[in-house]
Design a protein around this ligand. Sequence first.
Ligand SMILES: Nc1nc2c(ncn2[C@@H]2O[C@H](COP(=O)(O)OP(=O)(O)O)[C@@H](O)[C@H]2O)c(=O)[nH]1
Ligand SMILES: *[C@@H]1O[C@H](CO)[C@@H](O)[C@H](O)[C@H]1NC(C)=O
Ligand SMILES: [Mg+2]
Length: 341
Amino acid sequence: PEPLPPSSSSMAEAGLPEVPPLAGPDKPTMDFSYVGIDAILEQMRRKAMKQGFELNIMVVGQSGLGKSTLMNTLFKSKVSRKSVMGTPEERIPKTIEIKSISHDIEEKGVRMKLTVIDTPGFGDQINNENCWQPIMKFINDQYEQYLQEEINIDRKKRIPDSRVHCCIYFIPPTGHCLRPLDVEFMRRLSKVVNIVPVIAKADTLTLEERDFFKKKIREELRAYSIDVYPQKEFDEDAEDRLINEKIREMIPFAVVGSDQEYQVNGRRLLGRKTKWGTIEVENITHCEFAYLRDLLIRTHMQNIKDIASSIHYEMYRVRRLNENNMQANGLADHHPASPEI
Ligand SMILES: Nc1nc2c(ncn2[C@@H]2O[C@H](COP(=O)(O)OP(=O)(O)O)[C@@H](O)[C@H]2O)c(=O)[nH]1
Ligand SMILES: *[C@@H]1O[C@H](CO)[C@@H](O)[C@H](O)[C@H]1NC(C)=O
Ligand SMILES: [Mg+2]
């Protein structure tokens, strides 16, 4: 059979402009069947390139679990190693206050500002009751700041976003089960922010112990109804569900952090020396740091921000606006600006 001449619609599919038949002087030569919706993608791409991307991650967990180290690992790892200026080599001082550190990363013309909010570890006190309060307060304070900008009459065109988009929760590598403190902390956090739990210092567990512990933690999170990122209820379609289901089966990531580079087979790698050899922290056959990094920065960044904004921040906003309404209508006595935590 002879090949059919290309129909005009197949040319449109191939992205070629259609040639109208018989384009006389009185006939418009414009093509009305091609709307050009795909040009939006290019517009969005250019806008995104101009604005750049921002991600705010908070690290939370008992002191000594390697939070500050993992933050440095993130900055020094492959995403940013090339582009971070003047990588500081100094030792990490003990964290005594909530502190943000930002790095600008640029790759192929795409700019990203990665901010990590380091928190002082808890668990130093004999009494750990309410140790989540400073952290919950910090998260709510950022929501409040954003809200105040939003309701400001002459608000800025782009509101500076210091909201915590995601919280990495460090679980101590006990190998048994979650401690009541971690359960309580994660339960509270998961209601106001995206949380990604990780097993800290995974190099202190054997591979079998890691697997057992990971499974145990997943069961416990389910039993205590602690909804960690990516939350099932926010899967948007079947494709989403498939991808996120894989992640949910891997959580919590068993991570190892390091800010030291070692020579391994002639290459310089971020590593941690143990008595069994050097753990390559970015190698997925050694630990799951790379999965965590890719989830946060490569594959799910926009989704993490969308959920932070349209679910967690939105809940805060609704609660605050309701509070204001009740006050305005004299239905309630004065409420504290910060909601009960
Ligand atoms: N074995 C092991 N030690 C780690 C790891 N990450 C950090 N450390 C060590 O643990 C100690 C506390 O680390 P730091 O980052 O200050 O913990 P933070 O209090 O949670 O911020 C330091 O001596 C680190 O070198 C890890 O993944 N494995
Ligand atoms: C990761 O580690 C394995 C086992 O040690 C090694 O064979 C492999 O070459 C490493 N991969 C990379 C990319 O370094
Ligand atoms: Mg620290």
